[in-house]
Design a protein around this ligand. Structure first.
Ligand code: HEC
Ligand code: HEC
Length: 285
């Protein structure tokens, strides 16, 4: 596929989106949470990115000092309201079987350790599932409870509480074996140009990270921080919700949160973050 040069992109984006001058690349800063948990935010890129990226950076490094600071302290991080509610829900019985998550999985700290780092992944039936799918399958098949909507508060509470149990663990998605075909489709999608602006994910997040677009400092569009709090929305945002926003920004028809396309894209984007660590719950402007 033909890739847009930086200059062509700059011209198009300047016209349509208000492309700003390049500012300095990622910040020189270290993410140490609560003065005790050091999280890797810069790493050599995975082998599959050869010819595309040499180094991968967490989105945290592209934010202002203020929002970076909020993520360094759990008391300042608004995501902990979601985490707290998720922890409560974990122990609460729900549905016709009268069971809670804890009844089967034990404590969330033990039962869900490392789970977020491997998502999305292929399930026993051969389908690619995101964390939300696993949660809903437990609710409907094992608890006799109703499925939660993908972007509902209940779902974000639970994915936040579960993600926190992988904080500081390396992104660990499988991209070979049964995952390979899903990964390939996700990759194809990443490099496909959508919408009136004919922009692919790569045009912004691979060719132009470090540059400004409108008021935003473009990052590599990594997913290791999700679910995360967007100060602009005053709410938590799921991975698929962010994808919807980015596709819409290219003035394209978008896929739905929870669509097969976005599960595949989620897998591919997660694999671009191999080497980085799960931030559990991040904060962005
Ligand atoms: C009746 C028992 C039961 C209940 C209740 C239950 N689960 Fe599960 N859950 C399972 C089993 C069994 C699996 C599959 C385990 C496996 O194959 O690794 C599973 C898998 C999962 C997974 C995927 C884990 C992984 O490593 O792939 C997640 C996430 C999960 N459950 C979350 C939840 C949440 C959240 C709740 C409460 C809303 C819940 N579960 C309630 C039995 C249960
Ligand atoms: C027109 C440029 C543009 C395109 C095209 C675009 N994005 Fe984004 N994206 C942004 C901007 C701006 C942000 C917010 C600043 C940042 O983190 O880069 C963002 C943020 C993100 C984030 C959040 C990163 C973080 O750490 O907070 C993810 C993930 C993401 N994009 C994925 C994608 C994917 C996948 C595609 C392709 C479907 C895509 N983007 C297409 C502009 C774009």
């Amino acid at each position: 596929m033909q890739r847009m040069s930086r200059t062509t992109f700059a011209a198009a984006a300047a016209l349509m989106l208000g492309f700003g001058p390049a500012v300095a690349g990622p910040a020189e800063d270290e993410l140490v949470v609560n003065d005790e948990i050091t999280i890797t935010t810069v790493a050599p890129a995975a082998a599959h990115l050869e010819g595309h990226l040499d180094t991968v950076y967490s989105g945290w490094l592209f934010r202002t000092e203020d929002s970076r600071a909020m993520q360094k302290d759990d008391f300042e991080n608004p995501m902990f309201i979601y985490v707290e509610r998720g922890l409560e829900a974990w122990d609460m019985a729900d549905g016709s079987e009268g069971k809670s998550c804890a009844d089967c999985h034990g404590s969330i700290e033990e039962g869900m350790k490392g789970v977020r780092a491997k998502m999305p992944k292929v399930n026993a039936g051969g389908a690619l599932w995101s964390m939300e799918d696993y949660i809903n399958s437990c609710r409907t098949e094992r608890m006799g409870a109703e499925a939660w909507k993908w972007n509902s508060g209940e779902m974000k509470d639970m994915t936040s509480a579960i993600s926190l149990q992988s904080r500081g663990m390396p992104v660990d998605v499988a991209i070979d074996g049964p995952a390979a075909e899903f990964w390939q489709r996700g990759k194809d999608m990443y490099y496909t140009r959508y919408g009136q602006l004919e922009l692919s994910c790569a045009n912004c997040h691979e060719d132009n990270y470090g540059n400004n677009i409108r008021a935003d400092h473009l990052s590599q569009g990594q997913t290791n921080g999700f679910p995360l709090y967007r100060l602009k929305d005053g709410a938590a945002v799921s991975i698929h919700q962010r994808f919807v926003g980015c596709v819409r920004d290219s003035r394209a028809e978008t896929f739905a949160a929870g669509s097969q396309e976005f599960r595949e894209l989620e897998l591919y984007v997660a694999s671009r973050g191999l080497g980085l660590q799960i931030e559990g719950v991040a904060v962005r402007p």
